[in-house]
Design a protein around this ligand. Structure first.
Ligand SMILES: *Cc1c(COP(=O)(O)O)cnc(C)c1O
Length: 466
């Protein structure tokens, strides 16, 4: 057995043991950064080591410092675990080592990206002519879509930003909901568009369509006088990270269209509602937008890092992200590289293809329904705890709860993490501390939910004792 094969076998053994440990290990990490640094050894050795020994050291030293993100009892952020087919495909992606840039050089990658992209548009109910770019996550997917939108609205106003830059051009008006995700502000910063004008939302975080119409009708502080609306982008949201709520797309998109705006939807996890007949009503009307950002590493449960930038007008995406290089071998109709910011990158679409091929249409719908079902079970269980209140309408996968004031809520959270059955984080929502549960893992079972509710009850009864 050569050294490479020995290292791969070593990694396989550790990976299988790690996954088998998930059902019973504490979900939070049990060691500190300093402890792991000591276990790994901070000194760079002079002499080489065999690959298998390196893998063994890495796995053994890191194990206590790993959070069980792929556990069915991890409910932090909005991140999923890893579908078995996608995880195994990801190992192949590393072994194959395809630089997934050009059709001519990796026909296999281009084929998988083409199929996975078409399946996604179909499942998410988005226009079939759209282009799908595979980014590192939803932050970069939002960036990619908004770059296409920025360039398009400026082009419509006689300004070529690719040639002229932003300085001296007509100001671009960007309007977003008050409860947008902070990744939107980050993407706008990268794009030189500054902070968005904010539109009021209701108590669940849904944009108020009348407030949007009023904002659109009011003059933009920096705009030139005249009857034309000027370059405008409206950013909507499918899935609020606290409430799971969806903007009212039909009304907001109608208002945005009247102002000739580019409409973008951040649907990092929520866009997947459209793949379930039982939950598709939440995303109703959202397909009328111009671009959509979502993640595959959240609801679809593929490994990091994988986001999806979907743009209806494929030429707008290509003119924002496409490039020409004398040493590249490029296809006249565009390459995978023409849809994303990066050049060299791993073959992300292989894992998306594997997850979708493994689940099938029914499996994706069942996955979404299961996550929503677990969220409702959490809400019912928490409402039955003395002193606890569920603060949001549980329409999708998110639950926010209060345990009788900020201090108590924080104490319940601290006890829960300390006990280790589950990982749930706190947040501040509309000025109050909340326990924020996000059900995003394909492997979460009814038993995981009931074990977690038991742990929440234990933590609450201890926290309430004077
Ligand atoms: C997670 C999330 C993002 C950012 O996505 P990353 O994949 O972490 O880059 C943006 N918007 C919403 C609504 C999200 O939930």
């Amino acid at each position: 057995m050569d050294e490479r094969e020995a290292a791969l076998r070593q990694a396989h053994g550790h990976a299988v043991r790690w996954l088998a440990s998930l059902s019973d290990r504490p979900v939070p990490a049990r060691a500190t950064v300093d402890e792991i640094v000591r276990a790994l050894g901070a000194e760079l050795p002079d002499a080489p080591s065999t690959p298998a020994d390196v893998v063994d050291l890495l796995a053994t030293a890191c194990e206590p410092g790993l959070t069980a993100f792929p556990s069915g009892r991890f409910y932090g952020f909005v991140v999923g675990g890893t579908e078995p087919a996608a995880l195994a495909a990801d190992w192949l992606v590393s072994a194959w080592d395809q630089n997934s840039v050009m059709r001519a050089v990796s026909p296999a990658y281009a084929a998988a990206e083409e199929i996975a992209g078409a399946w996604l548009l179909d499942l998410l109910g988005l226009p079939p002519e759209s282009s799908v770019g595979f980014t590192t996550g939803a932050t970069m997917a939002n960036f990619t879509c908004l770059a296409a939108g920025r360039d398009a609205v400026l082009r419509r106003n006689g300004w070529n930003v690719a040639h002229e830059g932003l300085a001296g051009g007509p100001p671009v008006r960007v309007i977003a909901g008050q409860d947008r995700h902070m990744a939107i502000d980050l993407a706008l910063r990268y794009l030189g568009l500054g902070r968005p004008e904010l539109v009021a939302a209701d108590d669940q975080g849904r944009m108020d369509p009348e407030a949007l119409s009023r904002t659109l009708a009011a003059a933009h502080p920096g705009s030139r006088p005249g009857p034309e609306p000027g370059p405008t982008i409206v950013i909507l949201q499918a899935g609020d990270i606290h409430s799971g709520a969806f903007d009212p797309f039909a009304e907001t998109i109608r208002a945005a269209r009247e102002a000739d705006a580019w409409v973008h939807v951040d649907g990092a996890f929520g866009l997947w509602a459209a793949a379930s007949p039982a939950h598709a009503h939440l995303a109703e009307g959202c397909a009328q937008a111009d671009s959509w950002a979502t993640d595959a590493h959240k609801t679809l449960n593929v490994p990091y890092d994988c986001g999806l930038a979907v743009v209806r007008d494929s030429s707008a995406l290509r003119s924002a992200m496409g490039l020409r290089g004398d040493y590249l071998i490029q296809h006249e109709h565009g390459d995978p590289v023409d849809k994303v910011p990066e050049l060299s990158r791993r073959g992300r679409a292989f894992t998306v293809w594997a997850a979708l091929r493994s689940l099938g249409r029914q499996g994706v719908a069942d996955l979404v329904d299961r996550l929503c079902h677990h969220a409702r079970t959490f809400a019912t269980g928490i409402r039955a705890i003395d002193g606890a209140t569920v603060l949001n309408d549980v329409v999708f996968t998110q639950v926010c709860a209060d345990f009788g004031g900020d201090d108590r809520t924080d104490r319940v959270l601290a006890r829960l993490l300390d006990e280790g059955t589950a990982w749930i984080s706190g947040s501040t929502w509309h000025g109050r501390r909340v326990m924020r549960i996000s059900v995003s893992n394909w492997s979460t079972t009814d038993e995981d939910v009931s074990r977690t509710l038991d742990a929440i009850r234990r933590a609450a009864s201890k926290a309430f004792r004077p």
